[in-house]
Write a protein that binds this ligand. Structure first.
Ligand SMILES: C[S@@+](CC[C@H](N)C(=O)[O-])C[C@H]1O[C@@H](n2cnc3c(N)ncnc32)[C@H](O)[C@@H]1O
Length: 276
């Protein structure tokens, strides 16, 4: 099946509406670890900004980035297309502003923010470059954008464990998720995407962390509860194959087991650029 941007957008939206209530306790335990590096890259990380520093959290989900920016002194706004995510965000952070909107068509005037950040959002958008163009538009000249995406499975071991186990014991092609919009998973692709709207001083670096789980079954449950495309892949597996998939993960995760369970390496690309 070829790339259909509206099919991808509808799939993502339906999946995030469904995941919102369980996101914080599942996948957010991975994504939140990268917020300090993301805000550092957006020049919001040192507590030196004032309330006149307006920060936009794009694809905000439950608003963790917006809340972290506010705790640094900034005036933070979150935007997401999922109503259910916004319900969680508003309940968690009553003092912050959250708006419903698509990252490809932000509901803000030109030059309304001093910085923008997106934690694991941009690669869910059908046209990432269109989202970066919108971020560029709403930033004032001199404003900085930073975003994170997951590093390739070779470095992102939680993903590798799942994909390899499904390849050995399940069906990697079983998912009915619509085709993604094309490559947006390497530092070079991030730099090219940042260059398209005109971001200057574009840079990327890798940040590494550990994702803790009691065991392989708990890791699979977190991926199923709190993701979109990976949840669809897990749910598409024959239920009879799942025990072998989980046992395979357990075997191959042995290097990352300690007294408390698994501490699986995960890695993100942090990308940043400045509007001239
Ligand atoms: C992996 S979650 C990241 C949430 C949060 N930023 C975090 O740090 O955990 C991806 C988020 O992107 C949102 N999203 C996906 N596509 C979007 C789009 N086209 N426009 C706006 N939000 C989108 C989803 O609703 C979801 O909340």
């Amino acid at each position: 099946m070829g790339f259909d941007p509206e099919a991808m957008r509808a799939f993502e939206r339906a999946r995030w509406e469904r995941a919102a209530g369980r996101y914080e306790a599942s996948f957010a335990t991975a994504t939140r670890q990268f917020i300090p590096a993301l805000l550092d890259a957006a020049d919001v990380g040192d507590g030196a900004v004032g309330a006149d520093h307006r920060v936009l959290d794009i694809c905000c989900g439950p608003g963790f980035v917006a809340a972290a920016a506010a705790s640094q002194g900034a005036t933070a706004t979150g935007v997401d297309f999922s109503q259910a995510m916004l319900v969680v965000a508003r309940a968690r952070h009553g003092a912050l502003a959250f708006d419903q909107g698509d990252a490809e068509a932000l509901p803000y005037p030109d030059a309304s923010f001093d910085a923008a950040a997106s934690n694991f959002g941009i690669h869910h958008v059908p046209h990432p470059v269109a989202a970066l163009r919108e971020a560029y538009r709403v930033l004032r000249p001199g404003g900085r954008l930073a975003f994170t995406i997951w590093a390739a499975p070779a470095e992102n071991i939680a993903w590798k464990l799942l994909f390899d186990a499904i390849a050995r014991h399940g069906d990697p092609s079983a998912s009915d998720a619509p085709a993604p919009g094309g490559g947006f998973s390497t530092p070079a692709q991030c730099l090219a995407a940042l260059g398209a709207p005109g971001f200057a001083a574009a840079e990327t670096h890798i940040v590494r962390a550990r994702w803790r789980h009691r065991d392989g079954a708990a890791m699979v449950a977190a991926l199923q509860a709190g993701t979109a495309r990976m949840a669809a892949l897990i749910e598409a597996q024959d239920p009879a194959a799942l025990p072998a998939i989980i046992a395979d993960i357990e075997r191959h995760a042995a290097d990352w087991r300690d007294a408390d369970g698994l501490a699986v390496p995960i890695a993100a690309i942090v990308a940043t650029g400045r509007k001239p």
